[in-house]
Design a protein around this ligand. Structure first.
Ligand code: GLN
Length: 462
């Protein structure tokens, strides 16, 4: 814990943490030592973790990287973080993220962007300019960019993260870390600030597949406080890793081969296919014709749910209030000051697609297509055990490079959103380095609640 705390201090330019809880962490580490001495060590005893600031942590401010939650300290602990504490974990602090988990580059955070510890080979070290801004930095992805950057830079042993459309897998891919988005319902959403409730899932970002497997086992489990959490036993994922992939059937969906995809990503994908074959899996081409609708459907469904979830931030119940004698004006002023630009954009899109007159044309239609996408995916899993695709359409890009064009930013999620729409589990595993020395990840998708096979596949790529 001490080693990580001093490392965090030295790496403050990465802006990975929004809050470090040094004293609490040292105290927890001491309590952990005591338990160990008494022979009562849990599976994560004394392991120092970083927690994405979307998770409510009792007595520790939790902001979702938004100004609107300024001053909010939850009087309760999220179920996932409670599970980690139960197993002996030590929390180092709260990790930066895109505001309300909306973004793919960590640039929408009220605390400023996070820097990826990776940089292009031959480029100057990232440095802080005279104006205090970091120059020459690459994004660690988003929205869990604090989690991915912190794990990659060894500022924690592992981190919690959340994935609504790719926010665990995309940042993992851009930082050479392992990110698991479990099946919808595998981890409780209770106490996690809601973005799009039918898509949100918590999961780990870790340095390797084994660590991710160990983390997931602690995080997962049924919770009566989340009616969408599923009552199924949580397997020993770590134990499953030894089983290999011999005899498994892996599908390669041809629709993921995008026009203009960088040849390095193509090559990486082929490499992944070869690795799977070498490890004894059978690889077959499959077709998922509805893939092209996933991104547009996601960018209707997610903002719709977000606009509803964010209605609760009204200057009364939580955090920020901009005073005004008229309550309607107070409400409007608070929301105008508290929400950043991207969040306001999502609220506008969401409110529009849900409004009378447009509901049938957009929201209802998107829901129908979502169902078809999920059906198509589940049908394909009738004949394959796993699917293999790239995690992202490109390696890490420069901060500021895509932030002025929302659609270009949304395209980062093209390979990841389908898993959320279908509720299936996915993982991103580091698989290679591009010509500029930047990491690239491969994604595996699995059957609902079959994270064991998913992680066995990930192990074969690692
Ligand atoms: N990048 C996607 C979005 O902005 C996904 C975010 C997420 O998974 N939380 O909505």
């Amino acid at each position: 814990t001490d080693a990580y705390l001093s490392k965090i201090e030295g790496a403050s330019a990465l802006n990975a943490y929004v809050r470090v809880e040094g004293d609490k962490a040292r105290e927890a580490a001491k309590a952990s030592d005591d338990r160990r001495a008494k022979g009562e060590a849990g599976p994560l005893e004394g392991v120092p973790l970083g927690i994405k600031d979307l998770f409510c942590t009792k007595g520790i401010p939790s902001t979702a990287a938004s100004r609107i939650l300024e001053g909010f300290t939850p009087p309760y602990e999220s179920t996932v973080t409670s599970n980690l504490l139960r197993d002996g974990a030590v929390f180092l602090g709260k990790l930066n993220m895109d505001e309300f988990a909306m973004g793919s580059s960590n640039e929408t955070s009220a605390f400023g962007p996070v820097i990826n510890p990776w940089r292009k080979s031959g480029s100057n070290a990232t440095h802080i300019g005279a104006d205090g801004k970091v120059e020459g930095g690459l994004t660690p992805g988003g929205s869990s960019g604090g989690s991915s950057s912190a794990v990659a830079a060894h500022l924690c042993a592992a981190a919690t993260a959340t994935d609504t459309g790719g926010s665990i897998r995309q940042p993992a891919s851009l930082t050479a870390t392992v990110g698991v988005k479990p099946t919808y319902g595998r981890c409780s959403r209770w106490g996690i600030v809601a973005f799009a409730s039918s898509l949100d899932q918590a999961g780990p970002i870790a340095r390797d597949v084994r660590d991710a497997a160990i983390m997931l086992r602690s995080m997962a489990g049924h919770d009566p406080k989340d009616s969408t959490s599923i009552d199924r036993p949580v397997p020993d994922y770590e134990a499953a890793l030894g089983q290999g992939v011999k005899g498994l059937k892996v599908g390669v969906p041809k629709e993921y081969r995008l026009d203009g995809m960088p040849s390095e990503i193509e090559a990486l994908w082929q490499q992944g296919i070869d690795w799977m074959r070498d490890a004894g899996a059978e690889v077959v081409e499959i077709s998922l014709p509805l893939t092209k609708y996933a991104l547009p459907v996601y960018y209707i469904v997610a903002p719709a749910e977000a606009s509803s979830n964010l209605a609760r931030y009204d200057g009364v119940k939580y955090g920020l209030r901009v005073e005004d004698p008229d309550i309607q004006t107070m409400y409007a002023k608070t929301r105008a000051a508290g929400f950043g630009q991207e969040v306001q954009r999502r609220i506008l899109i969401g409110t529009y697609v849900l409004s009378a007159g447009y509901y049938d044309a957009y929201y209802l239609r998107a829901q129908k297509v979502r169902k078809k996408i999920a059906d198509e995916m589940n049908e394909a899993f009738g004949s394959v055990d796993l699917m293999l695709t790239p995690s992202t359409p490109s390696a890490a890009f420069g901060l500021g490079e895509k932030s002025s064009d929302p659609v270009e930013m949304y395209l980062n999620d093209v390979f990841t959103v389908t898993a959320n729409l279908a509720g299936i589990p996915g993982v991103s595993v580091p698989a290679g380095i591009d010509a500029q020395g930047l990491p690239l990840g491969l994604q595996l998708l699995g059957r609902p609640f079959d994270e064991e096979t998913l992680l066995r596949g990930a192990k074969a790529i690692e």
